[in-house]
Design a binder for this molecule. Structure first.
Ligand code: PEP
Ligand code: MG
Length: 293
């Protein structure tokens, strides 16, 4: 089996009828990049930037972040690297953020909600990301989006950051792709409007399942109820795909479901453009795509 999969390295992710899909990999720190290349992923579809914050006793500086983003961009040598801005809060707590204890952390102050209310933290990360964009093919993705207003606010802050960097004469790419995660039912319901504002969508099926089914993804007692194959979840993904495509944008899946090969054909039929999976799953997903009609 391993041998068979190894033979798929260098091969295209294409179905028998010629439909092509990008298969990228998810990573959680710099050390994982080796596995991405070893498994012949076409890019990084989700770089969870939280580790920078979780592994530090205080806010990581712009220079610290820049060094990491630059390194991953350079190592991927022109392949797409989609970096998600910090998704702290809920299950990922960091002491120095001094977040209040909340009754419903999954529904609480987290991710983009922190970034939009504490823009100094957000701007530091955006500055590091834009500066690193000069060294490879970086895209930026924002988590936990629920509204067009949030995206407009994000774009204002992005423009401020770019203006600063221009004034400073810093090297960066003007055309960095900006995308959002689709991981709330609200984002799905307004996906057509959101698609007008961004370059791409990436479906976070872990949270989308949690919020669609109203089931805590961390509660082991509810494991049997947490059904990512629920028709409501699949309908959400289909709707987001239709919205993206209606506005000429691409859509990927970066939650765990993207690696579920029992659904690969379903995703192909929806026209999903990219699947981002654990590095060790890249070749298995490629195999499944190549077997599909
Ligand atoms: C998701 O919610 O599906 C996702 C990819 O993000 P995370 O698992 O980091 O919340
Ligand atoms: Mg998520």
């Amino acid at each position: 089996q391993k041998e068979l999969l190894n033979q798929l390295k260098g091969k295209e992710n294409v179905t028998k009828s010629g439909q092509k899909v990008n298969v990228y990999a998810n990573i959680g720190n710099l050390a994982d990049v080796g596995a991405v290349l070893k498994n012949d992923a076409g890019g990084i579809g989700l770089f969870r930037s939280e580790f920078l914050y979780l592994e530090s006793d205080t806010y990581p500086t712009e220079e610290q972040q820049f060094a990491v983003y630059k390194k991953v961009a350079e190592t991927m040598a022109g392949k797409k690297v989609i970096i998600r801005t910090l998704d702290i809060g809920a299950d990922k707590q960091v002491d120095y953020f001094k977040l209040d204890k909340e009754d419903n952390p999954a529904l609480g102050y987290r991710a983009i909600r922190i970034c939009l209310t504490r823009p100094e933290i957000f701007k530091t990360q955006l500055r590091a990301l834009y500066r690193a964009s000069a060294y490879g093919q970086i895209s930026i993705m924002f988590p936990m989006i629920i509204s067009v207003a949030e995206v407009k606010k994000i774009k204002e802050i992005v423009e401020e950051v770019k203006a600063e960097l221009r004034t400073e004469g810093a090297a960066f790419r003007e055309d960095v792709e900006l995308g959002i995660m689709i991981e709330t039912p609200a984002a799905v319901m307004v996906s057509r409007e959101l698609a007008k504002e961004v370059d791409f969508f990436s479906v976070g099926t872990n949270d989308l399942t949690q919020y669609t089914l109203a089931i805590d993804r961390q509660n082991q007692k509810l494991e049997d109820f947490y059904d990512s194959h629920h028709p409501a979840v699949l309908a959400m993904i289909r709707m987001a795909a239709e919205s993206a495509h209606a506005e000429g944008k691409w859509i990927g899946i970066c939650g765990e479901l993207g690696a579920d090969v029992t659904l690969t054909e379903t995703f192909l039929k929806m026209g999903i453009d990219e699947l981002s999976v654990a590095p060790g799953m890249v070749l298995k997903v490629r195999q499944k795509i190549r077997e599909a009609e």
